[in-house]
Design a protein around this ligand. Structure first.
Ligand code: GLN
Length: 483
């Protein structure tokens, strides 16, 4: 049962081959058996799952249908879930039970999705390896000695290991696409404003965006359909109709103009990943696409700009965790200042503290213009590069990451080395553009992803290209040994 995709599950449920309750029970048993190797879940929600599964079965028996009705999923543990621990991977929120559901959680529940649990993640979504979680590192099912990518590493490892067909995730600088690439999944970061951020614990509010992680583009279309849409509770949510993403999958790629930025193929890229990227380009050419060389001249400035803007926003967002209103509080404080200092010092891990300090520094009176304002100007230049490119091409293609998944611990003492791995993903967040990573081959037994970027609100185009590619390749069907 665990090998089915969301699309296959929807067909099986509609044809009464099995019930959602049976499927849910089978997957919960599989998680209990296999997750100890991976550590991909922070919390399991067995009771909720079984009651949601029964309710979905009853709705189907009453004649209701829907691709998500009875489909098992999990949520990254930064989406608030009412009455259920929502930890954000942090000791700070280890005892936090959210008093309400995030919009994404509520929408998927209304569509009939079954929540199996909450997935592990880098603390406050800061990281590219899922090693900064208070609940311990997540392992990559393709090689248990390697990282699964981050910050949505729990969602990625669980889906890649066939513990469940799909999961929600979030992407501030690559945290959907990079773990997708490292674990042989398809992951989509939507246009900024497409998916509500209400109830999604904030890291960097102008960059954060929720989206689906699944095995196929077809499944990403199904899950995105359930997540997307205007939400009056999120002031940056955009009031645009949501297209039928599954209906966009089968468009022809004849004449599709694919831009390939020359800056992507620089010295930092593993030559074996470059070769796999070129192979995927050839595959799309066979399907009728036309390749055009393009340039994104400001790409080199994107990492420094992002690692000023994201920490700046984080330092502001995380100031609410003060040991007073909710979250962790230190024992026996001497006075108010001691309570603040020790609650935050003991509640936040090292990477989060580093980012708060960097962000507070960049925003301070004497340095605001030199760092924060400068970074915002670079952000505009990065966006302008994309706008110019999209006058010439329909889609931009390149590698998702410069290297395959590294060994656990290999970069944990060198944060800058880890930041540099985000080179291909963060530009889409700076510009607010949608991006997708899809499986494109293997290097030393580890999966490699190819990234597609499209103009605003063209998620359907990304899914279309990825689906056509997946109809003609079988990388996405490969399963890690032992799972
Ligand atoms: N690796 C990036 C960071 O650490 C992106 C994380 C994310 O997308 N949440 O900030």
């Amino acid at each position: 049962m665990h090998h089915m995709t969301l699309a296959e599950i929807a067909r099986g449920l509609a044809d009464k081959k099995f019930s959602s309750e049976e499927l849910t029970q089978a997957l919960l048993a599989r998680i209990a058996q296999l997750d100890p190797q991976l550590n991909s879940f922070i919390s399991l929600t067995e009771e909720l799952a079984l009651s949601q599964a029964k309710a979905a079965d009853a709705r189907r028996a009453n004649g209701e249908s829907g691709a998500l009705l009875g489909a098992p999923i999990a949520h990254k543990d930064l989406f608030c879930t009412q009455g259920i621990r929502t930890s954000c991977g942090s000791k700070m929120l280890d005892n936090f039970k959210a008093p309400y559901d995030a919009t994404v959680v509520a929408k998927l529940a209304a569509a009939g999705a079954v929540t199996l649990g909450k997935t592990n993640m880098d603390e406050f979504a800061m990281g590219s390896a899922n090693e900064s979680s208070y609940y311990g590192a997540v392992k990559n099912p393709w090689n248990l000695e390697h990282v699964p990518g981050g910050s949505s590493g729990g969602s990625a490892a669980a889906v890649a290991a066939r513990l469940l067909p799909a999961a929600t995730a979030t992407d501030t600088g690559g945290s959907i696409r990079q773990p997708a690439a490292f674990t042989n999944l398809t992951g989509l970061k939507p246009t900024y404003g497409r998916v509500s951020r209400w109830g999604m614990i904030a890291y960097a509010s102008s960059l954060d965006q929720g989206g689906p992680l699944a095995r196929t583009a077809e499944d990403c279309a199904i899950l995105l359909q359930g997540m997307a849409g205007f939400d009056p509770n999120d002031s940056t949510s955009i009031d645009e109709p949501v297209p039928d993403y599954s209906a966009s999958l089968n468009g022809s790629l004849q004449g599709l103009r694919i831009g390939v930025p020359k800056e992507y193929f620089s010295a930092g890229l593993d030559p074996r990943i470059a070769e796999l990227t070129h192979n995927s380009i050839k595959e799309l050419e066979k399907l009728g696409a036309v390749i055009k060389p393009i340039s994104l001249p400001n790409m080199q400035h994107a990492i420094p700009a992002y690692y000023v803007i994201a920490p700046a926003e984080a330092s502001s967002n995380l100031s609410r965790f003060d040991g007073v209103r909710f979250g962790y509080r230190c024992e026996n404080p001497d006075n108010l200042m001691d309570l603040y200092k020790r609650s935050r010092g003991e509640g936040f891990g090292a990477e989060v503290q580093r980012r708060i300090m960097v962000g507070a520094y960049a925003l301070s009176a004497g340095y605001y213009d030199a760092y924060y304002l400068k970074a915002q100007k670079i952000r505009r230049l990065v966006k302008n590069d994309f706008m110019a490119a999209f006058n010439e091409v329909d889609i931009i293609l390149g590698p998702t990451t410069p290297n395959p998944a590294w060994k656990l611990g290999a970069k944990s003492s060198d944060p800058v080395a880890e930041y540099l791995e985000d080179v291909y993903t963060i530009t889409a967040n700076l510009a607010g553009l949608p991006g997708l990573s899809m499986p494109a081959g293997f290097v030393d037994g580890l999966p490699v992803g190819v990234q597609l970027l499209a103009p605003y609100f063209q998620e359907g185009r990304l899914l279309n290209v990825a689906h056509q590619y997946q109809l003609n390749t079988d990388w996405h069907t490969r399963t890690p040994t032992g799972f």
